[in-house]
Design a protein around this ligand. Structure first.
Ligand code: MG
Length: 337
């Protein structure tokens, strides 16, 4: 199959800026691409790199798009090198969308994508609580919006202080809440042990009606062996995130014995077809998560999440952070084509 290939770089300002351990993030930049096959069917894709998390840079993705001919083939799409994981995701998902293989895509095989298919159901999503004490005042608003799974960042402040806040949070959150703690690799080995011990103690308390679902990436990527050891020493589950940013890393962790949870960011993990194959073959326990892509990338990412999620884990698409006016924005981006 050959496709007419077109692309548009974009820049979008977040409704509120995101603070990560890599600093403040105000503008999401990426590329929207469109493939039109010989019969006129259109498929949309998005390249949304996060280079500080391990993907290619926007510039590298743009260079790749610019050097491609106006007509491309399946062979080109399925042989994009592993050093361009966000491109692999963007092109393959556009190809799937156009071919109607993708469930959401088949409905939207028209000139403009159908955004109404994205009506979010907060029950299936995890909501990010603000860091520190602010979490104590904000969970209620999110709970009222229907969120039952929350994520709270740890390793941001002194551990003694965070443990105090955690204690209050645990006492106030309603029954059936699930709580995830994300350290972003920011704990020391001793601190990780202390957090895991604390969570295990809570787990052992039958009067506590909520669930501490997992601790995410307690230690830096280089300390895989220590995380593996921790995952076998405590009841509380550990999820790898930074350690498994790309499919090759994910496979390497699995090969080295990781049987805990894998956080998958479809937008930067690489080829969707190879991801599918890997997840189905090894039946790994996954949590899907956003890279703050637009609705185009989100459709493809949520499709993968729906296919490959197991164990009823909420997906981390922090929909409260999303950009406003998606449909209008998209029309404007594409109108001058
Ligand atoms: Mg994380």
């Amino acid at each position: 199959m050959t496709y007419k290939f077109q692309f548009r770089p974009y820049r979008r300002r977040f409704v509120r800026s995101l603070t990560t351990n890599h600093g403040k993030w105000d503008i999401r930049e990426g590329i929207i691409l469109r493939l039109t096959d010989e019969s006129g069917k259109v498929g949309w894709g998005e390249i949304a790199p996060i280079s500080w998390f391990g993907s290619e840079t926007l510039e590298q993705a743009l260079d790749f798009c610019r050097q491609l001919p106006e007509e491309i083939t399946d062979e080109i799409i399925f042989s994009i090198p592993d050093k361009l994981p966000a491109c692999q995701f963007g092109f393959e998902s556009a190809q799937e969308w156009g071919s109607g293989k993708c469930g959401v895509g088949s409905e939207a095989n028209i000139i403009t994508p159908n955004f109404s298919l994205l009506t979010p159901n907060s029950l299936f999503y995890s909501a990010l609580l603000p860091a520190g004490e602010a979490a104590l005042n904000q969970w209620e608003t999110l709970w009222q919006k229907g969120y039952h799974t929350f994520k709270w960042k740890i390793g941001v402040d002194a551990i003694a202080h965070e443990l105090e806040i955690f204690e209050s949070l645990i006492q106030t959150l309603p029954a059936f809440t699930k709580l995830r703690l994300d350290a972003n690799g920011g704990l020391s080995y001793d601190e990780a042990n202390l957090w895991l011990r604390t969570c295990d103690n809570f787990k052992a308390n039958p009067e506590l009606p909520l669930e501490i679902e997992f601790i995410e990436q307690p230690l830096p990527v280089e300390q895989f062996q220590q995380m593996l050891e921790l995952s076998m020493s405590y009841e509380t589950a550990i999820a790898l995130d930074e350690s498994v940013a790309a499919l090759e890393q994910l496979a390497a962790c699995y090969q080295q014995g990781w049987r805990g949870i894998f956080v998958i960011k479809p937008g930067i993990v690489g080829s969707p077809s190879r991801l599918r194959k890997f997840c189905q073959q090894h039946q790994i326990d996954t949590v899907f998560s956003s890279v703050f892509e637009t609705a185009i990338g989100r459709l493809a990412a949520l499709q993968l999440a729906a296919e490959l999620s197991r164990n009823n884990r909420a997906i981390g698409f922090g929909i409260d952070h999303f950009f406003e006016q998606e449909e209008t924005w998209f029309q404007t981006l594409w109108n001058d084509f």
